[in-house]
Design a protein around this ligand. Structure first.
Ligand SMILES: Nc1nc2c(c(=O)[nH]1)N[C@H]1C(S)=C(S)[C@@H](COP(=O)(O)O)O[C@H]1N2
Ligand SMILES: [Mo]
Length: 256
């Protein structure tokens, strides 16, 4: 697993969790919803009140920047041109035939075209993307807040995670996917972006839509999102760890 040496706070927090003997839990369970976690953490030696608050609260907004801060070059990373034939066909038609399918534990499964998504309320944010490979870049993203989309399909009470299934497959035919808990899914800065820096999202950056989840590291920001699925558990999806990189050892909660 590649580490993120620049992110001291994250390192400290994972150290705090480890001190409490809870590292294995940090993966797929929402610690803030656990009754006993804060109590146990509070007892762990050397763990201060503010650290506990940082761990248990994720309501804060990620920093937003101005046009003057935009990076002249924003690298494309990971997949930048999916060779999936279905995706290619959609791209050749300017994604006019593409539809985002949303199903699983919802009352009203739906399929939204790009026009449908562009017709919903939008949010624009200038944020910094941090990749664990050691680069950061600032861009302007416009898209529909995920909570707007979820509001239209009405998740059932049993839903705990939102899973994003992508168009790209790796050499072993494993599909890229990612997941969020509902707390991050409903965060105001969590958007399905269709524009980047004022133009439509380029294929290299995830056209027709990519997830922006600004308080987490780059690999959580799924590109080429084709389907969204609400589930009770991450078991049985991909390798069961909640994401393509998570299945290879990265942390599921990639907080910055
Ligand atoms: N579908 C898909 N999404 C993905 C990836 C990928 O390979 N496939 N790479 C991830 C990683 S590691 C990063 S840093 C960002 C890169 O986004 P960018 O190409 O816009 O820089 O996308 C993330 N989302
Ligand atoms: Mo990344």
């Amino acid at each position: 697993m590649k580490s993120a040496p620049r992110i001291d706070r994250r390192r400290f927090l994972s150290g705090a969790a480890r001190a409490a003997g809870l590292l294995t839990l940090a993966g797929c369970d929402n610690l803030s919803q656990s009754d006993w976690f804060p109590a146990l953490l509070g007892r762990a030696e050397g763990v201060t009140q503010w650290a506990q608050r940082l761990i248990t609260s994720r309501v804060a907004m990620a920093k937003e920047y101005t046009e003057a801060d935009l990076s002249p070059v924003f690298p494309a990373n990971g997949e930048s041109s999916p060779d999936n034939p279905d995706y290619r066909a959609l791209a050749e038609n300017g994604f006019t035939d593409w539809k985002l399918e949303i199903g699983g534990l919802v009352q009203q499964p739906a399929a939204f075209s790009l026009t449908d998504l562009r017709g919903m309320p939008s949010r624009t944010q200038i944020t910094r993307h941090d990749c664990v490979e050691g680069w950061s870049a600032i861009a302007k993203w416009t898209g529909v807040p995920l909570h707007e989309v979820l509001g239209r399909v009405q998740p059932l009470n049993s839903a705990r995670y939102v899973v994003f299934h992508c168009a790209d497959l790796d050499e072993d035919r494993m599909r890229y996917y990612e997941s969020l808990d509902l707390e991050d899914a409903y965060h105001p800065q969590t958007i399905l972006a269709y524009d980047m820096n004022g133009g439509s999202l380029p294929v290299a950056h995830g056209a027709p839509i990519r997830l922006r989840v600004e308080r987490q590291l780059g690999y959580k920001h799924a590109k080429y999102v084709m389907q969204i699925e609400l589930v009770k558990s991450l078991e049985g999806i991909g390798g069961g760890q909640g994401g393509y990189w998570e299945d290879q050892g990265y942390e599921w909660y990639a907080g910055i």
